[in-house]
Design a protein around this ligand. Structure first.
Ligand SMILES: [Zn+2]
Length: 104
């Protein structure tokens, strides 16, 4: 087991885990329960952690994570189906009308 990334939130960690597993890299998300402790623990230690099972896949895993993070701003934007406003991808509901946003 090798830690390859610490995320700021569980949603991102889960997306990354799916991306890695689609590439054939078995991945675990650890520390998922620490989110409630933010404010007590330094951010870098508190976020969900991505761990890969196979050490020889570390380079590939890190490349995929870098690619994911680089593409994130574009992929993330979503248009509210209720009011037509554009929302950043990390939003679960529309900033304007609070409608639930469709998951891409
Ligand atoms: Zn809306």
């Amino acid at each position: 087991m090798k830690r390859v990334y610490t995320s700021a939130n569980l949603a991102e960690a889960t997306l990354l885990r799916h991306a890695l597993e689609q590439a054939g890299i078995p991945t675990h998300v650890l520390n998922t329960h620490a989110a409630g402790a933010l404010g007590e623990i330094p951010m870098a230690d508190a976020g969900p952690q991505l761990w890969i099972a196979q050490l020889h896949q570390e380079t590939q895993a890190r490349a995929l994570i870098a690619e994911f993070l680089r593409k994130k701003p574009d992929a993330a934007e979503r248009v509210c189906t209720a009011c037509g406003e554009t929302n950043p991808g990390e939003f679960d509901s529309c900033w304007n009308c609070r409608a639930w946003l469709p998951q891409v």
